[in-house]
Design a protein around this ligand. Structure first.
Ligand code: HEM
Length: 531
């Protein structure tokens, strides 16, 4: 059989016994897919070879814009099972019953480098989950790390510009990254995560996931609680050291994808438990920090936070086509269901706009109807048409509201009406509009706590990895500033980083005293420290 296919490719096309006939996109059978139609033996190719033109034109358009961030990624299908009936805290139907099963699609990604970049590079990892619930889709678009570099969406494009390649040299450059970050002391918490070996995960299966922002859970009675989501890996493993990552990178650009696909194909299905960290809105002001600040984490040991384990997600199917599923998947924090709403977190508020906006550009206005994105519930909307429209029009000309039909007569069949049961929750507001940074910045305390929670091994690698980047920076003031952030977080952290970057500790200490924003730490307490 093999011999026959090979022979047919070089000689005149003969139809192999078991192959189906190749067609054009119009469905018409193709007679010759090897030789263009030419003007005799020596003449040019004829414009009338429609199959050739179609083939080239389609090839010319195979690429779509890569995601502006998170371009490198891989997805898998699976399901989520609720551990109980959680209707006391949320009306989200996927959590309304014990053992309720909901299909999911998950895409893991890395933020900065382009689509074909090595999966070994240091970067936060995206952890985006699409739940196809029976009340429409819910996307939980998170990362592996629990906090973020900045706290206001206004800063996101500048931050990403500094992290991406220099527009002149087309190379990523720590000089540009830390020039930006040195203006943002709140970033030290994220760096203390990212420069640990968690910044280079060994596998995607072993990573935890985090919603990062607080969201809102709303129950049937309209009761609101703030909620942060955490995915706890059931395969948890440590990150790679820089040396291990370099060794893997020399051999394999896709170690994460390979590991994930192989595990699923061998039926070693990876799973994660979903944890909810809940906080009553009336306690919002009772923290030393602002709980809706994405540079801050919550934990179950905090007095005003309660935790519930909501259920388990298992990934059990590799997508049958990478482009159709992983590439065309479109997640957004604005895709939510009754019972789950965004909080007032200023970073999240910007995200609510950005994702669908970029997806209308990246995938076209009808991206919600692509198979991977399409809700598994009926879609009944007055939104219509546009490039690539596939939604079958309802047998009705009433595609506007208000109208004079209420659906009670047979001829009104198909009229749509909103249901006030699903109105957004309400919250009390007073005061003036403003453009002001939050008051309780507390930029360093949680970074210090994180540093002190690390083992000696983890601390050593954090310092080595961080110093590796800082040592490439020409402007010594930028390095002093970054080291001062570490020092303000923890004196041992800053002292070791100063040593590894040959930075004068006296300068670092001076800056750290000036920037300290922790009411529990005074300049005097710093001054007691011998330099
Ligand atoms: C992807 C914007 C912060 C997680 C994206 C995309 C944009 C974007 C435009 C590309 C989407 C696409 O082409 O489909 C923003 C903005 C942010 C922000 C404006 C802040 C204001 C964050 C944060 C997280 C996050 C804090 C984590 C909690 C992700 C993930 C993806 C992504 C996981 C990839 C989704 C996928 O796999 O398709 N972001 N982002 N982003 N973002 Fe953000």
């Amino acid at each position: 059989m093999k011999k026959m296919i090979f022979a047919s490719a070089i000689a005149m096309a003969s139809h192999p016994m078991f192959a189906e006939t190749l067609t054009r996109e119009t469905g018409a059978p193709v007679g010759d897919n090897q030789n263009s139609k030419t003007a005799g033996a020596t003449g040019g190719t004829l414009l009338e070879d429609a199959h050739l033109l179609e083939k080239l034109a389609r090839f010319d358009r195979e690429r779509i814009p890569e995601r502006v961030v998170h371009p490198r990624g891989v997805g898998a299908h699976g399901y989520f099972v609720s551990y109980d009936d959680f209707s006391d805290v949320t009306q989200a139907s996927l959590l309304a019953k014990k053992n309720k099963k909901t299909e999911v699609f998950v895409r893991f990604s890395s933020v900065i480098h382009s689509k074909g970049s090595p999966e070994t590079l240091r970067d936060p990892r995206g952890f985006a989950v699409k739940f196809y619930t029976d009340q429409g889709n819910w996307d939980l678009v998170g990362n592996n790390l629990p906090v973020f570099f900045i706290r206001d969406a206004m800063k996101f494009p500048d931050m990403v510009h500094s992290l991406k390649s220099d527009p002149v040299t087309n190379r990523q450059d720590p000089n540009r990254i830390f020039d930006f970050m040195a203006h943002h002391p709140e970033s030290i918490h994220m760096w203390t995560h990212l420069f640990s070996n968690k910044g280079t995960p060994r596998t995607l299966r072993g990573m935890d996931g985090n919603g990062v922002h607080a969201y809102k859970f709303v129950n049937q009675d309209g009761m609101v609680q703030y909620v942060k989501f955490r995915w706890l890996s059931q395969q948890a493993d440590k990150g790679l050291t820089a040396q291990e990552a370099a060794t893997i990178q020399a051999k394999d650009f896709s170690h994460h994808t390979n590991d994930l696909y192989q595990a699923i194909q061998k039926k070693k299905f990876p799973s994660w438990e979903l944890q909810a960290l809940l906080m009553d809105p009336k306690n919002l002001d009772k923290f030393d920090f602002y709980p809706l600040d994405a540079t801050k984490d919550w934990n179950c040991e905090m007095k005003l936070v309660t935790c519930k384990t909501l259920g388990k997600m298992t990934l059990n199917r590799v997508p049958e086509n990478f482009f159709q599923y992983s590439e065309q998947s479109a997640f957004s924090p604005a895709v939510f269901v009754p019972g789950i709403e965004p909080s007032e977190d200023r970073l999240l508020q910007g995200r609510l706009f950005s994702y669908s906006d970029t997806q209308r550009y990246r995938l076209g206005v009808n991206y919600q109807y692509l198979p991977v994105n399409r809700a598994k519930t009926p879609i009944r909307t007055f939104n219509q048409d546009g490039v690539g429209a596939t939604l079958v029009a309802r047998d009705l000309s009433i595609n506007y509201q208000p109208n004079s039909f209420d659906g009670s007569l047979k001829r009104d069949r198909g009229t749509l009406a909103e249901n006030t049961e699903y109105r957004y929750s309400q919250s009390r507001l007073d005061g003036k509009t403003q453009q002001k940074m939050i008051a309780k910045t507390l930029n360093f305390r949680q970074a210090g706590e994180l540093y002190r929670s690390y083992s000696d091994f983890d601390k050593k690698h954090l310092i080595m990895n961080f110093a590796g980047d800082l040592n490439q920076i020409r402007n010594k003031k930028v390095v002093e500033q970054m080291v001062a952030y570490a020092y303000a977080a923890d004196i041992d952290y800053g002292t070791r980083l100063a040593k590894a970057t040959k930075t004068k500790l006296s300068k670092v200490k001076k800056i750290a005293v000036q920037i300290q924003d922790d009411p529990k730490k005074t300049a005097a307490s710093f001054n007691k420290i011998p330099v």
